[in-house]
Ligand binder design. Structure first.
Ligand code: FAD
Length: 309
């Protein structure tokens, strides 16, 4: 059951008074609008801070009032429950956080920049090393938190440093060696916000970069569905890739409400248009039970699930 915040109108007015007028603040924002799976209930507050000062002020505001907050990228690795989120969703999508600047062989990209934009700008500048970001539908902040990777590359292999803000508003520039990084995760960003990152690339002929990106794109789109999804739903167990397991269990195409196991790729759960988060969660549970009962394998979600039922 979802609870409600006390005096949300008063809180909204107070929040407005704490930040510059360029910061976007909305009430009751449908999270389905902000996730690639297109499900999720209302967030009490949705804010896009205009700059680092405003971000810091929002964090202070949340801390003083004991409000929960969640840092949202482009919502491509998220499943938000139907009851939404009682707190403040903070999204670094304003121009200040979305800049991509090239300096020699280095690229500084804001946390709100699209991963694809970084790959395309690198190609334009004849810089190789971030081609794998081309087809991942998230932001640089999400790439850093998830140590996103594809086609043999992963984010932290190309990162030279990350500018972060802690929850008290202090800013530091960290090298990867100073951060806790593992397969598809950067634990340091569980309690720090990535503001931007510097990627170190190598000069290469533009045609070579272009043809690598084209090959990556063809490979991706021949093996993954175009329907709304959150990418791979489960981590790959040690014994077998999750998609192969689901395929071998004969579960491709299984449907609950508007949620369906993709026919193209067993590890993608897609929204047929009218799915609720509950449909997706029930489908996840069904797949987990079958994998456990029939093969003794535990499937755990790679996608982050948050919010209230
Ligand atoms: C069709 C499809 C294909 C995909 N293919 C791949 C793939 O090939 N490889 C791969 O690795 N992933 C893939 N994904 C998953 C997803 O795109 C990546 O994990 C991506 O990096 C998430 O970025 P995001 O901006 O959407 O993050 P979100 O989903 O919005 O958030 C993910 C996590 O990052 C945190 N976060 C976001 N921004 C920040 C920030 N600035 N500071 C701190 N924490 C932050 C959030 O709080 C959350 O915990 C795919 C997804 C889809 C839908």
């Amino acid at each position: 059951m979802s609870t409600t915040l006390e005096k949300p109108d008063v809180l909204a007015d107070e929040l407005v008074a704490h930040v510059s007028s360029a910061t976007v603040i909305r009430r009751d924002e449908p999270m389905a609008k902000h996730t690639t799976l297109r499900v999720g209930g209302l967030a009490d507050f949705y804010v896009e801070p205009a700059n680092e000062n405003d971000l810091s002020a929002i964090l202070k505001f949340c801390s003083e009032r004991d409000l929960k907050f969640f840092i949202l990228g482009r919502g491509s690795n998220l499943l938000v429950r139907d009851g939404g989120f009682r707190g403040v969703v903070i999204c670094l999508q304003t121009p200040e956080f979305s800049r991509v600047e090239i300096d020699g062989t280095r690229i500084r990209a804001g946390a709100g920049a699209k991963q694809k934009t970084v790959a395309v700008e690198a190609k334009r500048a004849g810089l190789s090393g971030v081609e794998f970001l081309e087809g991942i539908p998230g932001s640089i902040g999400g790439a850093l938190r998830m140590n996103a990777g594809a086609m043999g590359g992963e984010t932290f292999n190309a990162v030279e440093s990350v500018r972060v803000m802690d929850y008290a508003g202090n800013i530091r520039e960290l090298t990867p060696a100073e951060m806790s990084v593992s397969y598809r995760s950067c634990a340091t960003l569980k309690d720090h916000i990535a503001l931007s990152a510097v990627f170190r690339c190598a000069p290469a002929p533009r045609e070579e970069i272009e043809s690598r990106m084209k090959a990556f794109s063809e490979k991706r789109w021949s093996s993954q569905p175009a329907a709304p999804s959150a990418g791979c739903m489960f981590k790959n167990p040690a014994a077998i890739p999750a998609g192969k397991l689901i395929d071998e269990l004969g579960l491709k195409g299984t449907k609950i409400g508007g949620a369906r196991v993709s026919l193209e790729h067993g590890n993608f759960l897609v929204n047929d248009g009218n799915a609720t988060a509950k449909d997706v969660l029930n489908l996840i549970e069904l797949l987990r039970q079958k994998a456990q009962a029939e093969r003794g394998i535990e499937l755990s979600p790679e996608v982050e699930i948050f919010g209230e039922d």
